[in-house]
Design a protein around this ligand. Sequence first.
Ligand SMILES: [Fe+2]
Length: 200
Amino acid sequence: MQNLIDRTLAHNLSQATKAQKVDILFNYMERRGQTFYDEVVTQLEHALQCAAIAVKNKANTTQIVSALLHDIGHFILDEHNEDVSFLDIDLNHEEIGAKYLEPFFPEAVTTPIRLHVPAKRYLCTVDPSYYNGLSEASKRSLKLQGGVMSDEERVKFEQITHYKDALTLRRWDDQAKVKGIETDGLERYRDLVLKCFVGV
Ligand SMILES: [Fe+2]
């Protein structure tokens, strides 16, 4: 698994100024984001739609950046729907993506990324209408992801800082799969991403 992770982005980011980091990140997303996330949207379209929904909902800076980068794990693992194993093998993209971004972004950005998959389990547990709205495929994968949460798991989840942002992100994520809609491009998010970078 470790050798599936593309280290070039982290390597390049670690050697760059903040302004260069944005270029590196956006170029990477443009390049690796052209494969399809599912039947209807590319990885990049999915990221841009998710960020646009965050903006529409008057989200704060870290929520918007988190929405834009939430599936970065798919980019660095090069997971997409032309890869036959994409839907059968869970490479834990949320954990890998969050860990990968941790040296560069604050927890307010990375924690919702880490939790956006368990957030689905949480929402299915507390909100039957959320579960009923899931596609059949998503209902099936819920079982693989651990099914609904026990009371103990739910309480533990609620103790994590930023868990509410993860729930919000999850709902935006679910909506960000619409074929052919126009969104702003990555440049729209340059200043917001720049603001979120930690360090020099
Ligand atoms: Fe997503």
